[in-house]
Structures are given as structure tokens and as C-alpha cells.
Design a protein around this ligand. Structure first.
Ligand code: NAD
Ligand code: ZN
Length: 344
């Protein structure tokens, strides 16, 4: 089968023929239809120092996966051939304290699909049945393909109650934009998004945020006055990884404010205002991945209730144009970029 493989510990990614995966006990084989390109995939392609210790080539990349069940392994009775599914890309150990308590997202032995083991930039992938989320057959397959980053957005946006609250989202990447949409859907009053890219700000505006502003030219305190906000943001969702974005968020939070931190820091020297956190009595929660599987349940319910996340998908490429797709994703002049594997 065709697959996008990181073949050596150096920059690059190759489309090659590899053997189809064998379906083990408790696993299912998925015929991949669409995959999303994530920042991690870009880092692995360019062989950034940040990912070198995680990846041992050769490995098939890709963890934002939608497809149909093609074969069910021995012992699997929860899925049948033809089911439309997405994949939870964190495979947990099932044996540690957190796994056994049902807090799978806190497993310290997590292995990443398309990072530590073969992923879904391929015609087929075999995964444990427990990592598969089944959708109604009529769900838009492109929406199914972005359930992984949508899950990051839902996990963050619902980390704290937002009903009636004023929410600041720093970073209007696909995840920030979806998190803003979830916060609005969940009843937030004002949802203000910041980004330094005009393309991304326009995309955020098109999805109906209260305001989308460039923090290098607009002062967040002026935005607050315009909106008649007196005390600061009640909830902050940090989705850029930019140290300056976190600083300005900490500066403008209301006392007792709550922050969900998802953006992975772009620098080792991310400043952290310890004093402000104490004196403003802030709560800060790190967010990694998705809750297994409460976030998945919430995602399905939100989509069924009419939350439309399709505007965040801006580009589609057939799998063999992967270089162009990766370059588009790297350029930042895009929302979510999808690869189509249906024509292999
Ligand atoms: P992205 O890179 O597409 O979006 C980040 C956005 O932040 C960009 O649009 C960028 O222009 C913007 N930005 C840069 N500097 C800024 C600043 N000073 N103020 C405001 N915005 C600024 O990424 P994404 O796919 O939307 O993911 C969002 C973040 O979450 C990334 O940092 C990513 O690495 C991280 N992430 C974390 C997890 C997790 O489980 N914790 C999972 C996936 C992604
Ligand atoms: Zn575990």
C-alpha cells in the first residue's frame, strides 16, 4: 500500500510502498479516507530538534485520521466492517494507576500514532479497537478527519465553565478558531481571539467571534473597554505557544480567572508571571490531547447539535500532492489542510 514514511533521521518525507498492516487481536483495520496535517507532522518532516527523540525512523506519519473499518480482528465486537470512524491517536498502557482509574489521558506510558508507531498517512492503518470512535454514517468525512484537533479545542474550551463568561483565545490557528466556536456555542458572552496573522484573523472573523485582533497593533485593554468589560477575562485559552501571548493573557485576566494552556511553547524561555498568578488567584490547567473518551462524546454531541466546524477546513489535496499540502500547512495561509486517500 501507499504510505508517507519518515525513512531516515533527516529532513524529508517519502511516498513509498509498504506492506499492509496485519490486524492483531483486539484491533481493527481502517481503510483511510482523509487525514489532517498537524504541526507535529510538519516538525517531523523538517526533522526539528524538538521531535528527534520521539521518532525512530522508519515510521509512517499521520494521526488525524478518518476512514471506514475494513476488517475486524479477533475479540472485537464493538465495530463492524463499513463503520465510519476516527482514531484517537494516543495509545495508552491500560495498566498504570491513571488508566485503571479511567483517567486514560493522564497515562504516563502513552504512545503516539504516527509518532512512536506507524500512523495514518497511508491506505490502511491497524489500531486497537478501543482507540476507534464510531460516527453516524452520514457525518461529513472531513469533519471526522479533524476530530483529533477538534478534541484539543473542546478539551480546552470546556475545561472551565464558560456560560456568560468573557473568553480570550490567543492564537487563531485551527485549534484556537474551533475553541472559540465551542466557547460561543457553550454560552460565553464575549469571545475575543488574537493572532499576528491577518489571514488567520480573517478566518476567525468568518466563524463569528466577537472580535479578532492583532496584539501587535491593538491593546487588549482597549478591546476590553470597547466591550464594556471592567475586570478582565474570566477564561483564557492559550492556543499559540507564543510567550508574549501568555504574558498579555496573564496581564489582563480578572481575579479568579481560569486559564487552559494548550499551545506548546515556541521558546524555552517562556516567561511566567508567578506573582500575578498568585495575587490574581488564577487557576491554570495544562491541556494535552483529549479526555478518553468524554471529550469524544462531547464532540459528537456538539456536532449533532449543529456546531459547524467545517469553515476551519480550507485546503484539500490528493495524497500524492503531499509536498504541496505540507508546504501550504507550513505557510500559515490556511486553516486545516486535508489529504485525500480515497483515490489510491
Ligand atoms: P497553529 O500553529 O496553526 O496556530 C497557532 C497560531 O498562533 C498561529 O496562527 C500563529 O500566527 C498564532 N500566533 C503566533 N504568535 C502569536 C501571538 N503573539 N499572539 C497570538 N497569536 C499568535 O497551531 P494549531 O494547530 O492551531 O495548534 C495550536 C497550538 O497548540 C500550537 O502551539 C500547537 O503546537 C499546540 N498543540 C497542543 C496540543 C496539546 O495536546 N497540548 C495538541 C495539538 C497542538
Ligand atoms: Zn497507562
Amino acid at each position: 500500500m501507499k504510505a508517507l514514511v519518515k525513512r531516515a533521521a533527516e529532513p524529508g518525507l517519502d511516498l513509498v510502498d509498504v506492506p499492509e498492516p496485519v490486524v492483531g487481536s483486539g484491533q481493527v483495520l481502517i481503510r483511510v479516507a482523509r487525514t489532517g496535517i498537524c504541526g507535529t507532522d510538519l516538525h517531523i518532516r523538517s526533522w526539528d530538534p524538538s521531535v528527534r527523540s520521539m521518532v525512530t525512523p522508519p515510521v509512517v506519519l499521520g494521526h488525524e485520521i478518518a476512514g471506514h473499518v475494513a476488517e475486524v480482528g479477533p475479540g472485537v465486537d464493538t465495530l463492524v466492517e463499513g463503520d465510519l470512524v476516527s482514531v484517537e491517536g494516543h495509545i495508552v498502557c491500560g495498566r498504570c494507576r491513571n488508566c485503571r482509574a479511567g483517567r486514560r489521558q493522564l497515562c504516563p506510558n502513552t504512545r503516539g500514532v504516527g509518532v512512536h508507531r506507524d500512523g495514518g498517512f497511508a491506505e490502511y492503518i491497524a489500531v486497537p479497537a478501543g482507540n476507534v470512535w464510531r460516527h453516524p454514517a452520514e457525518l461529513d468525512i472531513e469533519v471526522a478527519a479533524i476530530f483529533d484537533p477538534f478534541g484539543n479545542a473542546v478539551h480546552s474550551a470546556l475545561a472551565f465553565p464558560v456560560l456568560g463568561e468573557d473568553v480570550l483565545v490567543t492564537g487563531a490557528g485551527p485549534i484556537g478558531i474551533m475553541a472559540a466556536a465551542v466557547a460561543r456555542h457553550a454560552g460565553a458572552r464575549h469571545v475575543v481571539v488574537t493572532d499576528v496573522s491577518q489571514y488567520r484573523l480573517e478566518l476567525a472573523r468568518s466563524t463569528g467571534v466577537t472580535k479578532a485582533v492583532d496584539p501587535t497593533s491593538v491593546d487588549l485593554r482597549d478591546v476590553m473597554s470597547e466591550l464594556d468589560m471592567k475586570e478582565g477575562w474570566d477564561v483564557g485559552l492559550e492556543m499559540s505557544g507564543a510567550p508574549s501571548a501568555l504574558s498579555s493573557m496573564l496581564d489582563t485576566m480578572a481575579n479568579g480567572g481560569r486559564i487552559a494552556l494548550l499551545g506548546l511553547p515556541s521558546s524555552d524561555e517562556a516567561p511566567f508571571d508567578w506573582m500575578k498568578t498568585i495575587t490574581s488567584m488564577l487557576t491554570i490547567k495544562g491541556i494535552y490531547g483529549r479526555e478518553m473518551y468524554e471529550t469524544w462524546y462531547a464532540m459528537s454531541v456538539l456536532v449533532a447539535a449543529g456546531l459547524d466546524i467545517t469553515p476551519v477546513i480550507t485546503h484539500r489535496f490528493p495524497y500524492h500532492q503531499f509536498d504541496e499540502a505540507f508546504d501550504t500547512a507550513s505557510s500559515g495561509r490556511c486553516g486545516k489542510v486535508l489529504l485525500d486517500w480515497s483515490e489510491v
